[in-house]
Every structure is written in structure tokens, then in C-alpha cells.
Design a protein around this ligand. Structure first.
Ligand SMILES: [Fe+2]
Length: 307
């Protein structure tokens, strides 16, 4: 398809009398073409050389042959803020903010369970803290809300918040009703043909339990979005290209009804102790968009665990 515009036709003196009578919208728009990175499950900490690992990963991203337009950050920035004393949460968030400043890209975030604050701070929950739950993460990243969307070259990106806090101060994968309502409104305002990409920490769909525990076992809500079926039904009339997922640290793609549920490994591999399940190396995903097509590859950055 030509990308010749009416202005170019006139300026070039080209005899396109028929074309000049057409409305502008009938002429082909330029195809989008860009790259982005999906970076998930970083788990930065002072131990096991993790900070140097993050620096090595980010150096690899900075030296990619084609510069990413932005990064989707899939959660679990830190190890850990949820199950540690408050002072430790500040140590690891300081590390994250220092290292993230070395990535010269716009960063779009979803929260992970380890980014929560004060679920078991010093052995007991601290719900009275102003930084409890998602508050510290939002404060550190300058965010008002845990879910968001943005557009890039005609594609719409949606950062979900799939990290739920349970009544006994643990976590589970879920999408709460206020976010479902927000997503419903967003989808109503999104043209059906507009390509969509989602970011989530807990997977919407994964077969991880089949790989690790047994093929007939259900995946517990500690590993997957328990109301993911609602999400699937909400998006099924839309042009969803991919859902980028984290949490399990494995590399996996499930294609269902043309939607690719891509679990993008982990910067930390097996929490800085080697490859996840012995087979998924420390890495990140490089994603290429060309026209209506999305392709991706997982890029190990060559980290050697120090254990
Ligand atoms: Fe993680």
C-alpha cells in the first residue's frame, strides 16, 4: 500500500486527479514500526550480586541495535518490600530507583506482589502504615493509580494491576471490580480495530503448574489471575495482540483466539540463583511492532549466578 499523501501528490505535480478527489482518510496511513522491551521480575537486592546483574541487563538494553521506544516493567522490582521490616523496603526501592535512572526510556509499570509494602513487616502486618500495600510503590514511582494506559503509533497499551491483597495479608492474582469497570469504559472508547497490548504481573493464562506439579492440577490464585476468564471475555471482540505477563519467571507463550499470552522470564532468573527451573535464563524480551504484526524474542543477558 502506498503512503503517498495528497500534499505530496500536489507538491510533486503528479497527475492523480481521481485520488485528489478522495477524502484524506481513504489514503493509506504509514505503518507503525517500533520496538519496546518487556522487563519483569527484577527483584533487586544488595545480595547475590543482584545490583550488578541489573546493571548488566540494563547495559544490554542500552546497547540493543534498535532503540526501544519504551519499556513495560512487569513488576517485582524489589526483593522484597512485602515481608520485611520497613527500613529494608527503603533499601531495595532506593536501589531500584538508582538503577532505573540508568535506563534512557519512558517506563510504564505494573505492580508485583513483592512490591507491596508491610504485609508482614517485622513478622506482622502493618496496615496502619501510610505506605502499606501499594502506597509505597505508587509514591516511589510517582503514580496516582496502579493501572493505566497509553497510546503509541496507533497502538494502545494497558498496564493492569493484577496484584490483590488477601484478608490474611498475603497476595493473589485478581482484577478488582473498580479496575474491571475502568477497563470496560476504556474498551468502549477503543476502536475495535485498534491493536491492543496488555501488561500484567500475575499471568492471565499460564500452564506453569502443569510443567512443575502435574498436568491435572489447577493453578492456585497465588500464581494466576483468578478471574482471568472475565478478562478474556471482555477483550474477545477487540484486536488484542498480546498480554505480557510475569510472576512465574518462566518463558512461555500461549496463543488463544489469536491473543498471545507471553510470560517473559525474569531479569533475576531463579531469584538470582541461576536459571528458573534450571532452563529459563536471566533475561528480558525485545518486542517489534511492524504494521499489524507483533514479534518478540527473549534475550538472555549472560548473567552467571553467584551461588
Ligand atoms: Fe517475581
Amino acid at each position: 500500500m502506498s503512503t503517498f499523501t495528497r500534499r505530496q501528490a500536489v507538491a510533486g505535480g503528479v497527475a492523480l486527479a481521481g485520488a485528489l478527489l478522495l477524502p484524506e482518510t481513504t489514503l493509506a496511513a504509514p505503518k507503525p514500526s517500533f520496538h519496546f522491551v518487556h522487563i519483569t521480575d527484577i527483584h533487586i537486592q544488595p545480595e547475590l550480586g543482584a545490583t550488578e546483574g541489573v546493571e548488566k541487563a540494563f547495559a544490554a538494553i542500552r546497547s540493543l541495535p534498535q532503540k526501544p521506544a519504551f519499556g513495560l516493567i512487569g513488576g517485582d522490582l524489589v526483593m522484597d518490600a512485602a515481608l520485611v521490616p520497613r527500613s529494608r523496603a527503603d533499601v531495595v526501592y532506593d536501589l531500584w530507583q538508582r538503577e532505573a535512572s540508568e535506563l534512557p526510556l519512558p517506563l510504564h509499570y505494573t505492580i508485583g506482589n513483592h512490591d507491596l509494602c508491610g504485609l508482614q513487616s517485622g513478622g506482622k502486618p502493618a496496615p496502619e502504615s501510610p505506605d502499606f500495600g501499594k502506597a509505597l510503590w505508587k509514591k516511589r514511582l510517582g503514580l496516582e493509580r496502579a493501572y493505566s494506559s497509553f497510546d503509541h503509533q496507533g497502538w494502545r497499551f494497558v498496564c493492569l494491576d493484577s496484584t490483590g491483597i488477601t484478608s490474611d495479608y498475603s497476595w493473589e492474582g485478581r482484577l478488582d471490580p473498580d479496575q474491571i469497570a475502568w477497563l470496560d469504559d476504556l474498551l468502549r472508547r477503543t476502536p475495535k480495530a485498534m491493536p491492543l497490548v496488555f501488561l500484567t504481573h500475575f499471568p492471565i493464562f499460564t500452564a506453569v503448574t502443569m510443567y512443575t506439579e502435574g498436568t491435572t492440577l489447577a493453578t492456585p490464585p497465588g500464581l494466576i489471575v483468578k478471574n482471568g476468564k472475565v478478562f478474556k471475555e471482555m477483550i474477545q471482540t477487540h484486536n488484542v495482540k498480546a498480554v505480557f505477563q510475569g510472576h512465574t519467571h518462566i518463558v512461555e507463550e500461549i496463543d488463544y483466539l489469536g491473543v498471545r499470552y507471553i510470560t517473559g522470564g525474569a531479569i533475576c532468573g531463579d531469584w538470582w540463583k541461576g536459571k528458573r527451573l534450571g532452563v529459563h535464563p536471566e533475561g528480558f524480551s525485545v518486542v517489534t511492532v511492524s504494521g499489524e504484526e507483533l514479534t518478540w524474542k527473549y534475550v538472555p543477558y549472560g548473567w552467571k549466578a553467584r551461588v
